[in-house]
Design a protein around this ligand. Structure first.
Ligand code: URA
Ligand code: SF4
Length: 185
């Protein structure tokens, strides 16, 4: 087992036992994240939803189907990336995680970033964007690379947003196509 795999599974264990913020109370299963320990792209969503909570895996519901289709636009599959979320436990009624919950959970995400050392951190939606680039807006930075503190970020709209707002689909497709170009350099 590689050293990275060992460290990532240590985080898995800590997350599954974690009670550091109130979100642990509503979970059936914590969702630490999954994927390649040496992924070039680390995908960050917002929080587990119902299906993710049931299975203990990220992006397995409708948003996951959309994400897989979008990754395919960039020539990627789930097997190529690492997928996780800002918070690892499902918020009640799928509400947005609070700032305190996101900050408390960030210790796990920041360790995942360090271990995986991705070429690009793909931020899906406003919660993920604000976690790493609090002064930016999606309208301002989506679809291009932003470098900050030695990390490269690429933000776009959340794949679930297409379910409620189909007019965003062409924008999301364009963003993922741009991602292909970035990963090729
Ligand atoms: N939406 C997210 O942000 N994350 C998931 O894991 C599933 C849906
Ligand atoms: Fe712990 Fe994060 Fe779950 Fe809160 S959301 S209980 S900080 S793992």
């Amino acid at each position: 087992m590689s050293e990275e795999l060992g460290e990532l599974s240590r985080i898995d264990g800590e997350v599954r036992a974690c009670r550091k913020c109130p979100l642990w109370k509503g979970r059936l299963n914590a969702v630490p994240g999954e994927g390649r320990p040496d992924a070039k792209v680390l995908v960050v969503g917002e929080a587990p939803g119902r299906n993710e909570d049931l299975e203990g895996r990220p992006f397995v519901g409708a948003a996951g189907k959309n994400l897989e289709a979008l990754l395919a636009e960039a020539g990627l599959s789930r097997a190529d990336v690492f997928i996780t979320n800002v918070v690892k436990c499902r918020p009640p009624m799928n509400r947005r995680p609070s700032r305190m919950e996101a900050e408390t959970c960030h210790q796990y995400l920041s360790r995942q970033v360090k271990i995986i050392a991705p070429k690009l951190i793909l931020l899906l939606g406003d919660t993920a964007l604000k976690q790493f680039l609090p002064d930016e807006s999606l309208a301002g930075v989506h679809g291009r690379r932003v470098v900050k503190g030695g990390e490269s970020y690429f933000a776009t709209y959340h794949p679930a947003s297409v379910i409620y707002n189909p007019s965003l689909r062409p924008t999301l497709l364009r963003d993922f196509q741009k991602l292909t170009e970035l990963l090729a350099d």
